[in-house]
Design a protein around this ligand. Structure first.
Ligand code: BDR
Ligand code: CA
Length: 339
């Protein structure tokens, strides 16, 4: 089994990343850290607990993380993810509660308990992980591997012209985490899935239809892009119904930003890479974060060729086959929702 700590700001695509991992028999989620980002941290934790409840998943620990970034006010993005972070979905209350320990403590204690065995997956701002590394500076060396959805390397930003959301929300945290991984050998460096690659992962209405089909529960109707901007989500399967309500909002958001009738599956892609690093081709680079630029604060800068004369501290995902990813996602989540 692949042991994981998942740190999320759930979030529509974070939701699907969680479902993907829950649906993966080789994934053993030791704990879910909630971080403030897409929505405030209490809402993130509630979303995590409610997805677990809806899926009748085992009682996986969900910890509350930092309420605000390290050194700046919190920004949230209900425009992108809906008033509660899960689009048009309204999940039933799970009745489950958050852990007695906070996310920083959970990260540190779990990694110490399982040295060399835990894969960390961060699909939100890096605040919790930065705090955990402050508390346990050996954490990067104690992890099996780290996979992060974050940054925009040779690619336009989605938050400002040059910044990606997760790094933009807490640039100091991203810098602290990237710096902490300097000097790790090949194979142990974090894999960074930035917008360069995650914006090639375009979920279409047809993928949603296939997902519903795989779950044995085809929506009553899938309206073509020409007919209407919405995918109907009348299906008897509760997981698929709520998931498609979430994704429909995300597709509306992308359409309203002239990106087409699609939704970028940033976080599920990073989750898939966490289980199978071979899914992405990577290139080593030294990555740093601009903290002071008046126009560029939060920009990830990748030195690919050694200008800085510093060791690479990351492997940046540069290409993949999106169709392979979607076939796998649909197969796993569809079967899981059906069971
Ligand atoms: C990232 O920003 C968030 O809104 C998404 O959940 C994803 O993690 C993409 O930039
Ligand atoms: Ca996210």
């Amino acid at each position: 089994a692949q042991r994981l700590i998942v740190d999320v700001d759930t979030g529509i695509d974070d939701s699907l990343a969680l479902l993907y991992l829950l649906a993966s028999p080789e994934a053993e989620i030791l704990g879910i850290a909630s971080t403030a980002g897409n929505v405030p941290v209490e809402q993130v934790a509630a979303n995590n607990l409610n997805w677990l409840g809806l899926c009748r998943a085992p009682d996986i620990e969900v910890a509350l993380g930092a309420r605000v970034p390290l050194d700046c006010p919190l920004r949230t993005t209900e425009d992108t993810h809906g008033p509660q972070g899960i689009g048009y979905a309204v999940l039933p209350d799970s009745g489950r509660s958050v852990s007695g320990r906070d996310a920083t403590t959970m990260w540190v204690e779990l990694v110490r308990e399982h040295p060399g065995e835990v894969t960390g997956l961060v699909t939100g701002p890096l605040t919790n992980l930065a705090l955990a590394i402050r508390a346990e500076p050996e954490l990067p060396r104690l992890l099996h591997r780290l996979v992060v959805m974050g940054g925009a390397y040779n690619h336009p930003g989605n938050t400002t012209p040059t910044t990606e959301w997760n790094v933009s929300v807490d640039p100091e945290a991203a810098k602290e985490v990237f710096d902490a991984f300097s000097g790790l050998p090949e194979g142990r460096r974090p894999i960074l899935c930035g917008l360069d690659i995650t914006e090639t992962i375009e979920m279409t209405p047809d993928h949603v239809r296939r997902l519903a089909e795989a779950a044995g529960s085809v929506p009553a109707e899938v309206i073509s892009p020409e007919d209407a901007p919405h995918i109907r989500s009348r299906t008897s399967n509760p997981v698929i119904r709520h998931l498609s309500d979430a994704i429909r909002f995300y597709m509306d958001f992308h359409r309203s930003h002239n990106q087409g009738f699609i939704a970028h599956m940033h976080d599920p892609f990073a989750a898939a890479v966490a289980l199978n690093p071979d899914l992405a081709r990577t290139r080593p680079a030294t990555v740093d974060v601009e903290l002071h630029g008046t126009l560029t604060r939060g920009t990830t800068v990748a030195d690919w060729v050694g200008h800085w004369n510093r060791e690479p501290n990351a492997d940046i995902a540069v290409s993949t086959d999106p169709a392979t990813f979607f076939d796998d996602l649909i197969d796993r989540v569809g079967r899981y929702a059906k069971s």
